[in-house]
Design a binder for this molecule. Sequence first.
Ligand code: DX5
Ligand code: ZN
Length: 212
Amino acid sequence: MSVKMVAPSILSADFANLEKEVKAIAAAGADWAHVDVMDGHFVPNLTIGIPVVKALKKVSPIPLDVHLMITAPEKYIAEFIKAGADYVTIHVEATRDPASVLRQITALGAKAGITLRPGTPVESVIPLLNLCDLVLVMTVEPGFGGQSFMHDQIAKISRLRHEIIKQSLNCLIEVDGGINADTAKLCHEADVFVAGSYVFSQDYAKAISSLR
Ligand code: DX5
Ligand code: ZN
């Protein structure tokens, strides 16, 4: 079985102390820091953007896993990568030509990820998997931390695992939304677990190790 990775979502961190928080999750065993970028258009919430990625990059001991919940990500990916994003994940619904945006991310030297809303069929990302380092299955409606896990999304993980094996692809499966020790077990076919409220509401090291 593959080694499971954990990417705490800093959306649930103390924004007044982000340097301390990213160092604390790294010291607690986190593999990546998951950074949720929202534009108030693709999702009904506003969070953080390029200057925060740039500031975090200077102090983060671990890679930055940037989840772009923004319309027309092609306008901003060069800036996010210049700011230090290691993984850049775009929504398949957010752009007219996701394949070209994924190629652009790779050409700019970052790892490319694709994701989809819970209501979007998994078939929409399957033809893109060969352009991706990562595919993210959303198990909540994107926009907010602290929502309940949607069990009906688990089948997407199995379908993606099947395709990745069938096509011999080198693509990680990440899951995001409502993840805790119980729901992570249900997603045993995923490689990377994003968790926000679960990690930041308790002892970070205990929470992170309980997800593996
Ligand atoms: C939701 C974000 C998630 C969120 C997860 O739109 O993509 O990364 O921070 O938060 P929890 O783990 O609390 O569901
Ligand atoms: Zn996210």
